[in-house]
Design a protein around this ligand. Sequence first.
Ligand code: SF4
Length: 806
Amino acid sequence: MQVEVSRRKFLQGSVAMSIVGGSSIGVTNLLASHDEKESKTSITTKTGTGEAKEVATLCEMCVNKCAALARVENGVVTKLNPNPLFPKSKNMLCPRGNAGIQALYDPDRLKHPMIRVGKKGEGKFKKVSWEEAYEAILNGTDKFTGMNKILDEEKDNRSSFLFCAGEGMAEHTFKQFYSAFGSANWLNHASLCLQTVISGYGVTLGGYPQADLDNAEYVIMAGANRAEAIVTPDTMDIFKRTKRRGAKLICIDPRFTNTAAKADKWLAINPGTDLAFVLALTYVVITEELYNKKYIADNFNGFDEYKKSIIDNKYTPEWAEKITNIKAKEIYKIAREFMAHAPKSVYYPGRRSTFANNDFQLRRAMAIFQGLGGGIDTKGGLVFGKKLKLGKHEGIEPIYAQAQGRAVDEATNKEKGKPPYNDCAVVSGGGSWVAWRNRYLEDRMPYKVRGMFIYKHNPMMNMPNTKKTAQMLEKMELVVAIDTMPSDTVMYADVILPEATYLERTDPVKTFGGLEPSIAQRNKVIEPMFETKPVMEIMRGLTEKISKPLFEITKKYDEDVQDELKDSSEEEVYAEFDLTKPFEHSQEEVNEHMVKGLYGEEAVEALKKHGVFYPDMDKYFKQLSVNEHQYYPEKEKAYSVNGGRPKTKSKKVECNITNLASKGIDSMPVWKDEYNFNVPNGKFRLLTGRHAQFTQSGTSNNAVLRDLIMENYIWINKREAVKKDIKFGDMIEVSSSVGKTRLKAYPTEKIAPNTVFFVHGFGEESEALTWAYKNGGNDNAVIEDIIEPVYGAASMHETNVEIRKV
Ligand code: SF4
């Protein structure tokens, strides 16, 4: 057989990095004034334990990655302070950020590699060395099957392993292992998180924009709870200006949240009906011709079709009132006010998970509505911002002849206009977690998947229908978990590899786009404690163990490789499959190479010392008052990067996307009867959400944060509570068709009678978590596995539940 060497995407030598050249920028005087100030404070210790040093790092207590300065005294991290230099976090560290020390010193954290010795999920593990853990992964034990056997039996089908990861700066390093390993099965948190938001804005405006809340004059915040769910500097930007202080905030939410309390107006909407609200706003703007005609003529595709659809479907405020519970006169008023302030008005895009099955079309409708006033890529509207370049860091991606494609469920009926897959219309890079799990359990896979790697991810807590997730983990023959904490998911692992916490490792350098773009780096604050390691080192050790034995399997089943070996030495051919290559350099070395070629040695030093770098930082950065800083002068801020246009290929707002119709998706946002809010008598619609003092289940065991919120409570309308004789603190059982959970009652007027709510992330079942164990209720134990039809995202607010006092 003729060998096509070019079919392997192998990077010669696999130096694991290739650097894009560029000019070096002088930063000689970088932050001289800050240094001066820092040197005075950093050597003073309050504990009297000796000299302190300060290390610039990035917070990992949530996705925002605020910059922090860690004070270290005699090798102990004693305080985390905000780092004023980072434009994204503007000298702020929220309660969770401050509680990061507890993540480091949590006595429950995973300290050593372990292998399972009891029944799956029972939580019985044996402490082993790293070498023994790697050996168990490769060759198994009497309790579980090794990777060698699985891949041999599956004839080198690399896709017989699933890889999944949660969000984090080192996710990229883990993903390199996945790419080199050669599986096609990758699942991340996207379908449990922002997938429909990102995609809805992506196809309509060409990107997921940020809201310029600092300059907007009018903001509609619907289904987003910034004052309570994520308190970051941009949260502050809006609330310091509400209540007649410069910006008008309209809050649309089924609950009276903290955001509602700080808004100028709160309108209680029926859950899942925001799309009807936006369509009615659009109806008013179109029929009253309030839109920016020139902007639309220059920057819209398909506006006439959309206008016709809105008018023909009679999406009037009166129509929407019956669906949404928002008075028609309010809809007229909001539509007119929004356009009166345009382009400095914002329909806030939100950054939450999918709540309802119509979420993708809701985001499309919101993006189009925003465009009607021209508030795109402009000050006070939605902005795309700039991103600073980083050098490329490449891994290897060998192609294994026996590796099957991603395990998807293709529709047999390929008729035009019908969805191409049975689970959802589009299979994204992050896949549909719920659909994948359910197909796996129902034996609807195109081939056998027998093992999985889980990195910093807790699907037992984060995915609807916990019972099914447990069944999936039980069914897998080899589960390897890399994590810092013994979560509910880790309890189902066969091999546990303990990762160092974020304060003990340097992570891949990252570029942060926006109005004031910068590059930031998480630097190692102290050496990893116990036997933990950063994921780069974990991967190095693992690949050194498995790379050659797995190549033997490839040799056995891959005819192309067998042919290559006739003409080339084994060493040469193996080099293409050498899994150790992407991990041979330290993270510090990789980071240096990604920065140095573009910005010079001084940028490398700035990132190590200050954690932050951007060109001209020494010139631009100024302290303006006690807690106010300038990062870029006003004229240098990236309010407009595309001449006020969207970033789609056509540079237009895409109202009518006919390609979507070929996949069975409506080409324009429309309302369907099945979207109507409907709760049978005796039941309640379950709403879930997050709180700024907790990050999902990731911080549930943090004892410092538990001082702020002990546990989650279920919100029940006061009148309903009286009918059921439920008082504050009574224990309530919440049940649905998929399971039950228990938590305490909070009767309140702040929620409608047919709706209940509780915060996500509580109620873990892992006994290894001292503080989180059975603390409050787990929403995903009762949320049904309802799949949004476009991307297969989990619809979190489509479940009706029953409640009873116990
Ligand atoms: S918002 Fe808070 S938890 Fe999130 S990164 Fe910033 S400081 Fe950390």
